[in-house]
Ligand binder design. Structure first.
Ligand code: PEP
Length: 262
């Protein structure tokens, strides 16, 4: 089946509400979105209300994402945000399992599974990030790490929720300012393992799950990843933090997608 093409960015702990709203508004006004393509922007929680004000009623032309969600619907979890709270702000998607959440906030695969199930049950799309560290890669267990994250993260997900799931493969060694850019030779074999993992989890439906690549992507290399069949889009940090950079990186990746075998 034809999977949609996806492209988006995560602002991490950057931007005021006014800055996020201005970015979103300018992006929506200037970007051309081809058919079967979805764009998304994931600002900090504090920006979601301001972005909602400029995004209007769903369906949104550019999906609005949140950077985390708690698994409980409510309760004594100071500092946390529930799926219902995100739905009340018309959020379309939640990012779960980013390497920074795993590393600095000690989120485990089991925690993430609870969050995935809560988010899907509430009707949110989930972008589940998976990726191995440099150390795991050096021991030759990158693929095992990613498959473990996938199998636990998506444990007990029902096939009926499959349309809400997308996976971001983000090798930890390639993301952020200290990251080393990966090559398609690094990325494609792991993307294929993720595809097989999805098929193992959802027999007969694994081909439906979009797989995005993220890590030091910019306009110069975006198309080299998306040319491959198992890579259905890009999840970009720094290069997409200006509207011009977002659009240039999106267009370069999309070009690779339409001209490659993907
Ligand atoms: C990230 O941190 O998820 C990421 C993809 O960052 P960058 O594109 O800046 O490497």
């Amino acid at each position: 089946m034809a999977r949609p093409y996806l492209f988006g960015t995560n602002f991490k702990m950057n931007q005021t509400p006014a800055e996020s709203a201005a970015f979103y508004q300018q992006l929506v006004a200037s970007v051309q979105i081809p058919p079967d393509t979805h764009l998304f922007v994931i600002p900090p929680f504090t920006s979601l209300s301001a972005v909602k004000d400029v995004a209007g009623q769903p369906p949104h032309r550019v999906w609005v994402g949140a950077q985390n969600v708690h698994w409980a619907p409510d309760g004594a979890y100071t500092g946390e945000i529930s799926a219902g709270m995100l739905i009340a702000l018309d959020v379309d998607l939640v990012l779960l399992g980013h390497a920074e959440r795993r590393r600095y906030f000690h989120e485990t695969d089991v925690d993430l599974n609870r969050k995935v199930l809560a988010a899907l049950g509430a009707g949110l799309r989930v972008l589940l990030a998976v990726g191995e560290t440099a150390e795991e890669r050096s021991f030759g267990v990158g693929g095992e790490t990613v498959l473990r994250q996938l199998r636990i993260g998506l444990h007990d997900v029902q096939t009926e929720h499959l349309g809400q799931i997308q996976i971001a493969y983000e090798p930890v060694w390639s993301i952020g300012a200290g990251g080393t850019p990966a090559s398609p030779e690094d990325v494609v074999p792991i993307a294929k393992q993720i595809r097989s993992g999805c098929e193992e989890l959802f027999p007969g439906y694994g081909a439906e799950v979009p797989i995005l690549y993220g890590g030091s992507v910019d306009p110069s290399n975006a198309g080299t990843f998306t040319a491959f069949q198992d890579i259905d889009g890009l999840f970009v940090g720094r290069a997409a933090w200006t509207v011009e950079g977002f659009i240039a990186t999106f267009q370069a990746g999309y070009q690779g997608h339409v001209t490659g075998d993907g």
